[in-house]
Design a protein around this ligand. Structure first.
Ligand SMILES: [Zn+2]
Length: 360
């Protein structure tokens, strides 16, 4: 049984790797630690009776949880969730109010012949730790840290993050690479989100802020229609709205290449930007491809030597300018312009990028 779960997780993690670093859409429902009420005829009601007594306080629907901000203390004690079964037969656990809002959104979308379902919502910290432990055992700590989101730092812990999938002409469409083929359907969905208190969380070209590649399916419930409308109309990330990041205009220059397609270089830049999002307080200014001449035998050998078991066949270097935080953060000197900071990525024969090294 465990083996099956791990295989399924690998598939889903590899899928999301193409989008950005650590996986955020592995689904392992857990009913252990929150006040869960079940919904739907095929699910057993497990704790409706002690629901109101065990809830200690209200959760903050605008809590920021990302690669730098962990789930607030006490969250799992205060959280009230419902457990539902999706059309694929999977159990999905969602925060109560977010689920009510989702049902209204879904109903509204159905009037326009757009059909959605819930792929994954809440994952407990314990679930995430279990995934991390399984991966560490199977593939070693290095690989696990690189591929699995750090327990405590996934927005899915909140129960307020919902991953949708589509049903098109009666067929479920749930693989990431298939779902992205329907931008016009996602546009219809995204347009309706704010009215129900939802925002789209991982925006295109904002990876350096969110730490994740574009995910049209990942919604966040914030329980505030006005704020959701402002965030959406201004094209903001949640981090920007909350004032949690310093941002300026960012230029990305993919240059010219005979070695890589534009899409490959775009994807490499996304990987770099995702990683940069964890440079706490740093402000990205520009990112540029250093040119095909970086792909030397020597550099390929060097990057292979840094990653045990790697079989990289091609490398790419990117150069970055950024500004360090006003206050000394430990990692960098305060308030400094960092020019030509180097990022080294490598591809294996499958063609997927890994950020292998960065620094001067
Ligand atoms: Zn998600």
């Amino acid at each position: 049984m465990k083996r099956v779960i791990v295989v399924a997780l690998i598939a889903s993690i590899i899928m999301s790797l193409t989008a950005c670093g650590a996986a955020d859409n592995t689904s392992v429902p857990d009913m252990s630690s929150t006040n869960t009420v079940s919904v739907g005829d095929s699910v057993v009601d497990i704790s409706a009776s002690d629901n109101s007594e065990s809830k200690t306080q209200d959760i903050d629907y605008k809590a920021l949880v990302n690669k730098l901000h962990p789930l607030p203390d006490g969250w799992e004690d205060s959280l009230e969730t419902v457990m539902v079964k999706n059309s694929l037969g999977d159990d999905v656990e969602v925060e109560k109010k977010a689920y009510d809002a989702y049902l209204k959104l879904k109903e509204d979308l159905e009037k326009e012949n757009v059909h959605v379902d819930l792929d994954s919502a809440r994952r407990s910290i314990a679930d995430q730790q279990r995934i991390m432990d399984d991966f560490t055992k199977e593939y070693g700590a290095d690989y696990a840290l690189k591929t699995v989101a750090t327990p405590g730092y996934s927005e899915h812990h909140t129960g307020l993050a919902l991953d949708l999938y589509l049903n098109i002409d009666g067929e479920d469409v749930y693989l990431n690479e298939d779902m992205v083929q329907y931008p016009e359907i996602w546009a219809k969905i995204h347009e309706k989100l704010p009215e129900y208190g939802f925002i789209l969380r991982y925006l295109e070209d904002k990876e350096y802020i969110t730490g994740y590649g574009y995910e049209p399916w990942h919604l966040r419930y914030i329980d505030d229609v006005d704020a959701a409308k402002e965030i959406t109309s201004k094209g903001l990330t949640f981090e920007e709205y909350l004032g949690a990041v310093n941002t300026t205009d960012v230029t990305v220059d993919l240059g010219t290449s005979e070695l890589y397609t534009e899409d490959e270089l775009k994807e490499a830049a996304v990987q770099v930007k995702c990683k940069f999002a964890s440079f706490d307080g740093c402000m990205l200014q520009s990112l540029r491809y250093a040119g095909d001449e970086c792909n030397t035998e020597e550099n390929i050998k060097w990057l292979n030597s840094l990653d045990e078991g790697a079989e990289y066949t091609k490398v790419a270097e990117f150069l970055m300018d950024f500004h360090t935080p006003k206050e000394n953060s430990g990692a960098f000197d305060a308030d400094k312009d960092m020019k030509d900071y180097q990022w080294w990525l490598a591809q294996d024969s499958e063609g997927s990028w890994q950020v292998v090294s960065f620094g001067y």
